[in-house]
Design a protein around this ligand. Sequence first.
Ligand code: SAM
Length: 292
Amino acid sequence: MPSDKTAPWTIESVLRWASDDFLAKGIDSPRLDAELLLAHALNTTRMQLILDAKKPLLPGELGRFRALVKRRRAREPVAYLRGEREFFGRSFAVDARVLVPRPDTECLVTVALTRTRHCSMSMRALDACTGSGCVAITLAKERLTSHADATDVSPDALAVAQHNALRLGAYNVAFYEADLFPPHGHAYDIVVSNPPYIASSEIDTLMPEVSRFEPRIALDGGPDGLSFVRRLLEGGRSVLSQEGVLAIEVGDGQAPQVAALFEQNGYRDVECARDYGGIERVVSGVWYTPTK
Ligand SMILES: C[S@@+](CC[C@H](N)C(=O)[O-])C[C@H]1O[C@@H](n2cnc3c(N)ncnc32)[C@H](O)[C@@H]1O
């Protein structure tokens, strides 16, 4: 509350109140979250909030912001409250039907673009476990003459992904409701995946934003978290072209074991790439079809 109880709420005072409240609730980035939510409630930018710091809020604006603060206090992710999240410089629509795209997953896109330079004009890609479509759509937008297939078992997630492809004008992506691999798909130059990779028993120990709000089907990677990784390594061998690349996002600490699984499954030139935080995040390898 402003110290003078009769003073109107201004942008500055309401931001201070909300960020103190978020801090007390143990939220990681209290000031940033307060700014993002206020900018959303006022349909403006964070920069404009700074410029208009002394401006009083209208009753309707205050009401909208209070409603968002209440939901954030209950640990609903900011991205769901705003209905969007930036990924690789583009805005993706998100809601509770899909995992919130993470900055770490940009590493998967970078690895895919780097390891397919030789076929950049004609690349055929598969994004297995597409969720919001952020990876498939980014590849398609970065490589306009390529084609990407994208799969998910969740029709809800596919609806969000298709909406994102339309709003971002990615016309070279096709979506399929399928268990990892589309029925007809083969001869991909690259298969990328950010599969569910949390061990089932760990999900309830994650921060509430994740464990309570993100779809469990997007998180649960089976008893050791690697069930999907094993299936991707095995299935990748039949859908990759000669010298096609498989690139998989993994959890913190999983990379050495996953790299060993790549080798055991016959992939070569296995590499681990680090995310912005220096964690080994993406394991990739090349499939050479054995000669008869
Ligand atoms: C970790 S999320 C990744 C979403 C998105 N690619 C991203 O990076 O933000 C995993 C996604 O895999 C989907 N999924 C779970 N099991 C699957 C399966 N067997 N085949 C295809 N997709 C699956 C979930 O619905 C979820 O959308």
